[in-house]
Design a protein around this ligand. Structure first.
Ligand code: GLA
Length: 351
């Protein structure tokens, strides 16, 4: 019982009982990769792997955080929380408390003990699971009432994203925080990042004798090493050149024309802009197609299963060639899965 592990760590670290233990899941994204920050459509499912946070309010403005992952206890005064402070993993919990306070919620000091089964840096949203669990704890302990409705959860997800963007300084979109706080069992979450609206899409592979295999290649990734930010910046530049706010505004049937304009833009890296744009626009179309398939009422078998698998394969290829966010470990894992009979395989997360 991992909630017990968080509570035990709390007792040994802080010498008292926590007021409760809160949790949030990691996620795997079925399709819709690297499109959330371009206002696209994403389709994550929550994982059984999750993060537990045992928490207790304090009477002051201190935040103390400790984890079973073997890092030192971090202590920070809430007034000192700022971009990059505290550094490292403690920036996520501190950032969530900071963001809630920015929103004028009456949140103050807390002691937090964290235990997680979400692999770290594996593209499965370990940071959003941590943010979500801390946000849930703060909401309940300080009576914010954000967990009672999907609208409240959407708002909390937004504050968690702000923590990640501003304090942890990872320029991510909002998919992971939405999955951590808004996903429900037995469903994939179709999130339209333009307005954060969502649809719960029934996703029950068991029923059709299928399974989703999640592989951790152990090839580490980071969302603050500049690569993720460079992809995002290229998309923003391409959108600007095309005269749209974000690339989700380029319709699928206007793609060729848009690519032609980018190619002729005279930009030094026009070829890169073309490929990044092609990925985003085709990936949004693939997400729409996969959702249509999942919702067409037919059993997930035969041709339909093959079509769903082909969309996943095409997503991977686009991420490999056009978006350049895969590594050989990911390509090999996908190919090995297909060779072993998988209907489709793709990388997931930031890459
Ligand atoms: C990371 C980010 C998300 C999303 C994915 C790529 O997980 O946190 O916002 O951009 O990468 O789809």
């Amino acid at each position: 019982m991992s909630d017990a592990q968080a509570a035990d760590l709390f007792r040994t670290s802080f010498g008292t009982d926590p007021e409760g233990v809160w949790e949030a899941p990691g996620r795997v994204n079925l399709i819709g990769e690297h499109v959330d920050y371009q206002d696209g459509l994403v389709l994550p499912v929550a994982l059984p792997q999750r993060t537990w946070v045992a928490a207790r309010r304090r009477g002051d403005e201190r935040l103390r955080v400790v984890t079973t992952a073997g890092e030192d206890l971090v202590e920070v005064n809430l007034g000192e929380v700022a971009p990059g402070v505290p550094a490292g993993w403690a920036g996520y919990p501190a950032g969530v408390v900071w963001a809630l306070r920015q929103a004028s919620y009456p949140v103050s000091g807390m002691d937090l003990a964290v235990h997680s089964t979400v692999p770290i840096g594996a593209g499965l949203s370990s940071s959003a699971a941590l943010e979500g669990a801390v946000g849930a704890a703060a909401s309940d302990l300080y009576g914010l009432g954000l967990l009672g409705s999907d609208q409240g959860r959407a708002e909390l997800a937004g504050w968690c994203q702000r923590a990640e963007n501003e304090i942890a300084q990872a320029p991510t979109g909002g998919m992971d925080q939405a999955a951590a706080l808004r996903a429900i069992a037995g469903h994939a979450l179709l999130l339209d990042c333009q307005d954060q609206s969502l649809q719960q899409v029934p996703f029950d592979l068991d029923r059709y004798g299928q399974a989703l295999l999640v592989i951790d290649t152990r090839a580490e990734h980071s969302l603050v090493d500049g690569q993720y930010g460079a992809r995002r910046a290229a998309c923003e530049r391409a959108a600007q050149l095309l005269g749209v706010e974000l690339l989700a505004d380029v319709p699928r049937d206007g793609l060729e024309e848009a690519l032609g304009r980018l190619g002729a833009s005279g930009e030094e890296d026009a070829d890169v802009l073309v490929r990044r744009t092609r990925h985003v626009v085709t990936e949004i179309a693939r997400t729409r197609e996969l959702v249509a398939l999942l919702q067409d009422g037919r059993a997930l078998a035969g041709e339909k299963l093959a079509a769903a698998g082909a969309l996943m394969d095409a997503s991977h290829e686009s991420l490999r060639v056009d978006y350049e966010v895969t590594v050989p470990e990911l390509d090999v894992a996908c190919q090995a899965a297909r060779d072993a009979g998988a209907h489709g395989a793709r990388m997931t997360g930031g890459g």
